[in-house]
Design a protein around this ligand. Structure first.
Ligand SMILES: [Zn+2]
Ligand SMILES: [Zn+2]
Length: 766
């Protein structure tokens, strides 16, 4: 017997190995094996068992070991991943690798987890940070992170650990700070930190008691949507529904009642939400309707162990409802009946590394396989989905009214080009905005202020020579973070002390320009001293608890003004928020090279505005902009999706961009710019020879808008095609495939000098 094995490497090929007689009874298709590959043992996936090998008997190597006791993948998952490999131009092995969480692959059963805690009381640690013995910056960051996190987990099996001291999972500390284990281990040796193993009993709802809610009586529109969904569930047929409901129209109630119906049929549901919308509020709504044992939650705050535990709970059928971000689309359900993608327009549903899949496409394939229903919910459907609905591929159902007939909040546009402050620069807050904030505060109402840049100043510039202080690895402007007193690169996380002189001309005074959340917070605190102000961005919301704490402070009225980035734009539902102030939303409109910038701006305005007017007090929105006449701002302010979509589709059609074409991006990255250019030119030349008879258009090669990241130069090539078939014909054509394979081999052999990635339907062209 021979096993067909694929490896998680960028080479789409299956390899044949012989199965030693002692393993024949154990090995099944869908299991993982250890096998000699090149010079070392590597984990591979068994995708087939055959009686003949195309390779000569004496050349076939045996499998060394079988890793799993039962198959990790069933027939359907194998089919799905094979389709993924073909569609997204990656290898089958890479697709399989993406489907299972790393904790499961490492065979963690979720029973133990490595934890980090402070080895002495807070005051002593603080003194240590301040003391003369200077800590290296990374070590200081780790300590500060722990001090700030304010988390202590129940430590029943670790009595020697100080109670009440911040304790976090080791993995989480590394993930959140994006660091290697070295600084943590150094601190452990200095006896400032303790690292220990704890027994795990993960329950995401451990510390919360949530009152049970009963289904609400659906509005006529909700009832209509439910009727269509239930009909398909009854018939056990595939159906894709685009649930186009404005903010506050009760989409979640439709999901909840559809799931309730589905559970009565004994089937399972997967609910995908964007990472940033995976708020405690969202989870509570599910928890208040269903038993917590029935729910599995997969979010990025979970470390490997608990994630593995949730995975097993889904696979053995205990969990009936899976809630998670993008990768939860691969949840190992055995009786799938429904997949919901909430906020389906969100770019975070696209994976940015190989396999570069879009959860929406995977969900559609899975739903088809399982005869399940797919619900795509959004107040601002992606133009791709809207177009598919117009073409009849999806059934579009509208929820055009807010529940209890509440109106959408009026949006007033403030033209910042007319606002000049005494210092002859544009102010962060317009007069109108400032006045509106004080009015609402005086009435005891709450306010959300939005801008999509974190940090204090977004640009440091030399007034003498005009030099901009940039990250040396990325050529991207550094952002000044005042709390850290560091400049930070938002692309590679490199930090430096703020420069004291211009690196170009030595001028001693640098100007700090641009506004981030820290600056707005400082300004608001100065203007509204007697009020409580909270900030929410990824700099401070480093743990799930911190996030929950801020939200509950908002809920109980302890916070009057919340300032934040995208994190505040999604999912929040507080009836006492009567004013949303959009400090700035234009950033995307200045990004050239992204054909979706108008769509992103429209979505942002709509969703941020949707955070208010959710209670009997109503609400209003003030929108500051330098581009008051741009159609994305105009239609955003009138909540007019259809008008926006019509205008945007017109532009897309003129330029032949999606949804009117299929886009593929080929990106080449490497430290040596000459190698990068040679490789992309080679690819481009080969492709040009092939495209003459195909309805395909080639753009580039050109430097990517972000031409250098983490020391790597980036060049790209865009291929626009009328249809997927022509694109596949082009890339799977023997000559092209050969040259790509050749280049990939060169890449592997030249110790990763360049990296070539193929991105099907890219969401980012930067
Ligand atoms: Zn200078
Ligand atoms: Zn950088």
């Amino acid at each position: 017997m021979y096993a067909e094995i694929v490896f998680p490497i960028p080479l789409n090929k299956k390899f044949h190995y012989s199965v030693p007689s002692e393993l024949t009874s154990r090995l099944q298709v869908g299991m993982r094996v250890l096998a000699q590959f090149g010079t070392r043992l590597q984990t591979g996936y068994c995708i087939g068992l055959v009686t003949h090998s195309p390779i000569a008997e004496e050349k076939v190597k045996p499998i060394e070991a079988v890793i799993d006791n039962e198959p990790m993948f069933d027939e359907k998952m194998l089919t799905l991943t094979r389709w993924m490999a073909e569609y997204y131009f990656c290898s089958w092995g890479q697709a399989l690798e993406a489907v299972v969480p790393s904790g499961v692959r490492k065979q963690m059963t979720g029973q133990h987890e490595l934890m980090v805690t402070l080895a002495m009381p807070r005051e002593k640690i603080q003194a240590e940070i301040k003391s003369a013995t200077k800590l290296p910056p990374q070590q200081a960051r780790v300590l500060k992170f722990l001090l700030d996190s304010d988390i202590s987990v129940p430590l029943r099996d670790s009595p020697d650990v100080h109670r009440g001291l911040p304790t976090l999972s080791y993995q989480e500390v590394l993930n959140r700070l994006k660091i290697s284990p070295a600084p943590v281990d150094a601190l452990r040796r200095k006896k400032l930190l303790k690292v220990f193993r704890r027994t795990l009993d993960y329950d995401p709802f451990l510390d919360t008691s949530i009152p049970h809610t009963s289904p609400f009586t659906p509005t006529p529109e909700q009832a209509h949507a439910l009727e269509i969904i239930k009909q398909s569930l009854d018939r056990n047929e595939f159906k894709a529904v685009l649930l186009h409901g404005i903010t506050g129209s009760g989409k979640t109630e439709v999901y909840l009642q559809a799931i309730e119906y589905l559970l009565s049929q004994g089937r399972q549901a997967i609910i995908l939400v964007p990472e940033i919308a995976l708020t405690p509020q969202t989870i509570f709504r599910f928890r208040s309707r269903f038993d917590s044992n029935q729910i599995a939650i997969l979010h990025s705050y979970l470390s490997e162990g608990p994630r593995a535990q949730q995975w097993h709970k889904i696979r053995d059928g205990t969990a009936k409802i899976v809630i998670g971000a993008r990768s939860a689309v691969f949840a190992p359900t055995t009786k799938l009946g429904l997949i919901v993608i909430d906020e389906e327009h969100e770019p975070s549903f696209k994976q940015e590394n190989v396999p570069m899949y879009h959860a929406r496409d995977i969900a559609q394939m899975r739903a088809r396989q399982e005869n399940a229903v797919l619900i795509l919910g959004s107040a601002t459907p992606s133009l791709e989905s809207f177009y598919k609905a117009s073409a009849g591929e999806y059934t579009r159902i509208e929820l055009p009214y807010r529940i209890e007939q509440r109106p959408l909040p009026p949006v007033e546009i403030i033209d910042l080009t007319h606002e000049i402050s005494p210092k002859n620069s544009h102010p962060v807050l317009s007069k109108k905005m400032e006045l509106a904030i004080s009015e609402e505060l005086a009435q005891g109402n709450q306010i959300i202020l939005f801008l999509n840049r974190r940090g204090f100043a977004t640009l440091i510039i030399c007034p003498r020579c005009g030099a901009i202080i940039r990250c040396p690895r990325c050529q991207v402007a550094f952002t000044y973070h005042k709390e850290l007193n560091q400049v930070l690169c938002h692309y590679c996380n490199e930090t430096h002390p703020p420069p004291t002189v211009c690196p170009e001309c030595g001028h001693p005074q640098l100007k700090y320009r641009g506004t981030g959340t820290e600056k707005v917070e400082e300004l608001i605190k100065r203007l509204f001293k007697e009020y409580q102000i909270a900030r929410m961005d990824s700099d401070i919301m480093t743990t799930y608890r911190a996030y929950k704490k801020t939200l509950s402070a908002l809920d109980t009225g302890k916070v009057n003004i919340l300032i934040g980035t995208q994190m505040v734009a999604k999912g929040l539902d507080f009836p006492n928020v009567t004013l949303v102030g959009i400090i700035s939303s234009d950033t995307a409109l200045y990004l050239t090279g992204d054909f979706r910038s108008a769509e992103r701006t429209f979505q942002l305005v709509t969703h941020v505005a949707g955070r208010t007017g959710r209670g009997p007090k109503g609400g209003r929105v003030l929108l500051q902009t330098f581009k008051p006449n741009h159609y994305s701002i105009r239609y955003g302010s009138t909540h007019d999706y259809l008008a926006f979509a019509r205008e945007e589709l017109k532009h897309r059609q003129e330029l032949n961009y999606p949804p009117f074409s299929q886009l593929l991006r080929i990106l080449v990255e490497g430290r040596d710019i000459e190698k990068v250019k040679t490789a992309i030119t080679k690819i481009s030349d080969r492709l040009t020879k092939q495209i003459t008879r195909l309805p395909v258009e080639l753009l580039g090669p050109a430097p990517a808008p972000l031409a250098k990241i983490k020391g790597k130069h980036r060049w790209h090539l865009l291929i626009k095609s009328k249809d997927i078939a022509s694109l596949q014909a082009l890339l799977y054509n023997e000559t092209t495939a050969d040259s790509l394979k050749q280049l990939t081999k060169e890449f592997v052999s030249s110790s990763r000098a360049i990296k070539i990635s193929l991105d099907m339907e890219p969401v980012s062209l930067l």
